[in-house]
Ligand binder design. Structure first.
Ligand code: GLP
Length: 261
């Protein structure tokens, strides 16, 4: 794992977007794993700008989102399909048929989960997976006790996650209780993982995720097992990292980061 610290939220999101853009330019038919949440909004804004101003081409790109709420239709403004269509898919030249999210309305959710895994396999696996970080330390909706080898499945949302998303639903009582999410095992199979966390309220959980012991209580700690995982944080989210000076030195001095400085 490598941790990169940028001064503020904008420069952290900018770095993530540029890393995505570099991978896409190197491989136009990239299989890109996507995440939702407030943190990712800035990344999508920058990718849309790169598409408009620098002709970043998504025409051959295939996408797979991490998760979707159970029981929300694609046209429901609170669904992740709606979020993705509005903030990203409709703003770039992605072919809608190449965009995938789990269907939270499927009558047979188990079959839906199996098929989602098969679709990822048929595309040759995910090349680059974007990840946010929940306050409960989850990636996707891999809530506490998610098996480190879990696959796409239905997961019950924890009280912390329900609280974190309450504002989008006009109160915790309206937040769906379950979601379909890629498993920790599914995420660990992606060729590269790129996690973005910003803001002081992520400082504690990011320190646990990056420097803490691996535990299924905090599914993001499983990323320590991944051979190619980059964690990008801003200074506010880096506040509790014990080895922050070391991470800053790496970004400032290692040749692989030169083009991003
Ligand atoms: C939701 C998503 C996660 C995301 C998290 C972070 O829980 N299921 O995939 O990482 O939100 O949200 P935010 O960026 O709003 O803090």
């Amino acid at each position: 794992m490598e941790a990169i610290i940028r001064p503020d939220e904008d420069s952290a999101a900018f770095l993530v977007a540029r890393l995505v853009a570099r991978e896409l330019r190197a491989n136009p038919s990239l299989v890109l794993g996507l995440a939702t949440g407030r943190t990712m909004e800035a990344v999508y804004r920058i990718l849309v700008r790169l598409h408009r101003q620098e002709h970043l081409d998504f025409s051959l790109c295939r996408t797979f989102n991490l998760d979707e709420y159970v029981g929300l239709a694609p046209e429901d403004e609170r669904s992740y399909r709606y979020y993705m269509n509005r903030r990203f898919f409709s703003q770039v030249n992605l072919d809608q048929r190449n965009t995938h999210l789990p269907n939270g309305m499927a009558s047979d959710l188990e079959a839906e989960c199996r098929e989602y895994e098969q679709k990822i396999q048929r595309c040759g696996g995910i090349d680059l997976q974007l990840l946010g970080l929940g306050h409960a330390g989850h990636i996707g909706f891999n809530e506490p006790l998610s098996a480190l080898r879990s696959r796409t499945r239905v997961k019950a949302l924890s009280p912390v996650t329900i609280e974190q998303n309450a504002a989008f639903f006009g109160g915790a009582q309206n937040v769906p209780r379950r979601a379909v999410t890629m498993g920790v095992g599914t995420i660990l199979e992606c060729r590269r993982c790129l996690l973005l966390a910003t803001g002081q309220n992520k400082a504690e959980v990011i320190a646990k995720a990056v420097e803490g012991p691996i535990t299924s209580m905090i599914s993001a700690t499983a990323l320590q097992l991944h051979a190619r995982c980059t964690v990008v944080v801003d200074e506010a989210a880096a506040g509790k990292l014990a080895a922050a000076d070391y991470y800053r030195w790496i970004f400032a001095n290692e040749p692989e980061w030169e083009e991003f400085r």
